[in-house]
Design a protein around this ligand. Structure first.
Ligand code: FBP
Length: 297
């Protein structure tokens, strides 16, 4: 079983990008260890007006601190920080966008949560997702796993007891599957969304929705199907963030042969106007997304 370092070398990944990816992956240990003493909600709101969990702010401060000291990063944009952070005296080649702790509402009930990261070359974060240089997520479930793409397919690594990330699966392809998970309140779903979910259910699709985007996506990556957090009546922008959540996950989905959409077009082609911009999200098997986009509004 090869390590993530060996995998990145074999893929001729630039050494500073490989160093950055491994540095981020190494934070899974400290983050997992912090769960036990950070179970409550903080008294603060993030820019999206959501109450921050203690682990949201703990992970944000921890990862941002590590990145700022690394000399590899020039800009950091985080779901938990209002402003984009410019790393002092850094000639770092990369800019990082991140959701430091996705699914934080599940920590207190001990369900799988994760960290989502997108990496761009250069010093700007308002970029189209298809310009991403690499994307990854750490999943804190029964195992700690790293799902990664540097633009040449998707690979899955598992954290071993000795701290090494070992390759479990390479060149992952998302199958056409039959599971679905949809966020939002059903009475507030649009007619198009309700109809589409009903059509999947009529075909025998099974519901799988945990409340953690990264954990639910990981299931879709493995078995195929659909994760959706749609627009709601009177809330056309949906809930999740384009830059921190949709683009990195979308980059991985499309590297595995899947697709990401806002219901009518590819989210990786959208240029964000604001780092905290929200968007309806549909991510999953290519066939399912193309069927959705072919439907009239
Ligand atoms: P954060 O925890 O990073 O804010 O993520 C948002 C999120 O928790 C997703 O992980 C999840 O899919 C969704 O919101 C759950 O929303 P809801 O509680 O409305 O179903």
């Amino acid at each position: 079983m090869i390590t993530v370092q060996e995998y990145l070398r074999e893929k001729n990944c630039e050494s500073d990008l490989a160093d950055l990816i491994c540095l981020i992956a190494e934070q899974a240990g400290p983050i997992r260890s912090a769960f036990i003493s950070n179970q409550r909600y903080a008294a603060s709101l993030n820019t999206s007006g959501e109450v921050q969990a203690e682990m949201d702010t703990w992970s944000d401060t921890h990862i941002s601190g590590i990145l700022a000291e690394s000399g590899l990063v020039s800009l950091i944009a985080s779901e938990e920080q209002e402003k984009v952070f410019a790393c002092r005296n850094s000639r770092g080649r990369y800019s990082v966008v991140m959701d430091p702790l996705d699914g934080s509402s599940l920590i207190a009930v001990n369900l799988a949560v994760g960290t989502i990261v997108g990496i761009y070359e250069g010093c700007s974060v308002l970029r189209k997702g298809n310009e991403m240089r690499a994307a990854l997520y750490l999943l804190y479930g029964p195992m700690t796993t790293l799902t990664l793409s540097i633009g040449s397919g998707v690979a899955l690594f598992s954290l071993a007891d000795d701290g090494r990330y070992l390759l479990m699966e390479d060149s992952i392809t998302m199958p056409e599957g039959t599971i679905y998970g949809s966020g939002g309140k059903r009475p507030e779903w649009t007619k198009k969304h309700s109809g589409f979910i009903a059509s999947l259910e009529d075909e025998g699709a099974k519901s799988r929705y945990s409340g953690s985007f990264v954990a639910d996506f990981h299931q879709i990556l493995k078995y195929g199907g659909l994760y959706a957090y749609p627009a709601a009546r009177g809330k056309p922008e949906g809930k999740l963030r384009l830059v921190f959540e949709a683009q990195p996950i979308g980059f991985l989905a499309e590297q595995a042969g899947g697709r990401i959409s806002n219901g009518s077009c590819d989210l990786l082609d959208i240029l964000p106007e604001d780092v905290h911009q929200k968007t309806p999200i549909y991510v999953g098997s290519r066939g399912i997304i193309e069927r959705l986009e072919a439907l009239p509004e």
